[in-house]
Design a protein around this ligand. Structure first.
Ligand code: ATP
Ligand code: MG
Length: 286
């Protein structure tokens, strides 16, 4: 049964898509059957995995809005073991059309019900907004992975975001866990990056992934070749960091199975209370 992970942050350009593509490739390379769902009308995940714009291609839109069987929109990528549900700009309409639909937050969840048995991991890339597409992603997921760019005010941003996510736990998805906070575009030459990373770790502790994604030009170049970075330059720091992240995500999943899902969920509760408690100098609630 797949672990379903939404990759979400309302903030734009923090590395959501880059993480969906490269964590997806890393999981597949570790022989975990993986599906990446592009739930962003920008369709950057779709193109980064080698599918240029094609108006004839069926996408998540057909399935989510028009009721096309989900099996018919899944495509194999060039990466063995990695499949994709592509997106295109029609999905902009979906965010609007969903408003008047029945069970509007739960349509993706219903679609995934029939296919989650086929995969080990399902990653959902979401748009930089808390719109109905993102809500569908969060409602359908076991957990949320939050990429954070190491920059000024990052701590405040994460606290607010976790607050929002935990509010959603009370409404659309009571079992939504925090998969982890991922530091992206980390530049170890700048004091700011180091300071932000240190602050996030001291505040959110083990909620922050050990793996850190460095700012790396190979990561930025790979999408224009339609490839994950590990298939573009396996020796790059960027490839290495996403392989590391893949291992960490797999290890966490195995640990969770070992502990039983109840304990894993209570671990998340701690994150929720840490984020919303407001004590101990939480910048998000002051
Ligand atoms: P949006 O909110 O628009 O969907 P996003 O959160 O998905 O953005 P990405 O598209 O993954 O963010 O990344 C934004 C830009 O930064 C892209 O051009 C990407 O190639 C680049 N980028 C992401 N991660 C890195 C990195 N570690 N090193 C260098 N460039 C990166
Ligand atoms: Mg994106």
């Amino acid at each position: 049964m797949a672990r379903i992970i939404a990759i979400a942050n309302q903030k734009g350009g923090v590395g959501k898509t880059t993480t969906a593509v490269n964590l997806g490739a890393s999981l597949a390379a570790a022989e975990k059957a993986t599906l990446v769902i592009d739930s962003d009308p920008q369709a950057n995940t779709t193109s980064a995995l080698g599918f240029p714009k094609d108006p004839a291609r069926r996408t998540l839109y057909q399935s989510l809005i028009l009721g096309e069987p989900i099996e018919r929109v899944i495509l194999k990528t060039q990466v063995e073991g990695l499949e994709i549900i592509p997106s295109d700009k029609n999905l902009v309409g979906a965010a609007v059309e969903l408003v008047s639909m029945e069970d509007r937050e739960y349509r993706l969840k219903a679609l995934l019900h029939g296919i989650r048995g086929r995969y080990d991991f399902i990653l959902i890339d979401s748009p930089p907004a808390l719109d109905l597409l993102t809500l569908n992603a969060l409602a359908a997921s076991d957990s949320v992975l939050v990429p954070i760019q190491c920059e000024y005010l990052a701590l405040e941003g994460v606290s607010e975001l976790l607050d929002t996510l935990m509010r959603l736990r009370r409404t659309i998805n009571q079992s939504l866990a925090i998969e982890g906070i991922l530091l992206t575009m980390y530049d170890d030459r700048t004091t700011l990056s180091k300071q932000v990373a240190a602050d996030l770790r001291s505040f959110f502790g083990s909620q922050v992934f050990q793996s850190v994604i460095p700012r790396n030009v190979r990561i930025a170049e790979a999408p224009s070749h339609g490839k994950p970075v590990m298939f573009y330059d396996i020796h790059s720091k960027g490839a290495e960091s996403y392989i590391q992240l893949g291992k960490e995500v797999i290890a966490n999943a195995q640990k969770r199975i070992g502990e039983g899902s109840e304990r894993a969920d209570s671990g998340t509760g701690n994150a929720a209370s840490a984020a919303s408690a407001g004590g101990g100098g939480s910048p998000g609630t002051s």
